[in-house]
Design a protein around this ligand. Sequence first.
Ligand SMILES: *Cc1c(COP(=O)(O)O)cnc(C)c1O
Length: 232
Amino acid sequence: MVINMNIKDNLKSVNERISAAAAECGRKVSDIKLIAVTKTHPVEMINEAIELGITDIGENKPQEIRDKYDRVLPVKWHLIGHLQTNKVKYVIDRCSMIHSVDSIKLMDEIERLAMLHDKDMDILIEVNMSGEESKSGINPEEIDKIFSHAGELKRTHVKGIMTIAPLDKEPDECFKATKKMFDEAAKKNYKNVSMKELSMGMSGDYETAIKYGATMVRVGSAIFGARNYNLG
Ligand SMILES: *Cc1c(COP(=O)(O)O)cnc(C)c1O
């Protein structure tokens, strides 16, 4: 197994490319947050990245967050993968943002536990722009229903939208459509919805995502090298 363990150089290169992509479209680099995606990687690698300046990390499995949490240096945790209602308990006290909310049922369960734990939780609504069946996320037509529902919640706050570009196509169309939806939703002034964060872009397409207005990019393999799922 050959993996690139040079986190320092990789991180430097990703940060440089984020800066260049921002400069190219006249955006401020401070408006783009790098979320280092640490799923499957050991705590030692995560802590190394945090010591190198990473402030936000992303994991896609609630149980993995629970299992790693106590051994990771202080950092903001983001859940970026699918969340079942019975797993909210693993992330409610550990995550600062859940990017992958895709149903009213899940919003209500997050709200119930947020109340119970006397805390606020920021969420993003995951949109399936590409219409791929294998992907999670709501259909674009459901957005009004979901955003309207936010008005009934007190401790759960919608902060924006997340999307994953299709694997088999250029990401431009998906990112462009998501940005359009984001801007339209911002104009509607839904109660308890602030369109602040647009989470899109991964190792292969984060520069393109920045061009289309991403405020959060989720980058894993470009920082930590290839993942070995067998090692979990
Ligand atoms: C794994 C993952 C990423 C990071 O993917 P890379 O291609 O390794 O950068 C980003 N977003 C989500 C939702 C993921 O599951």
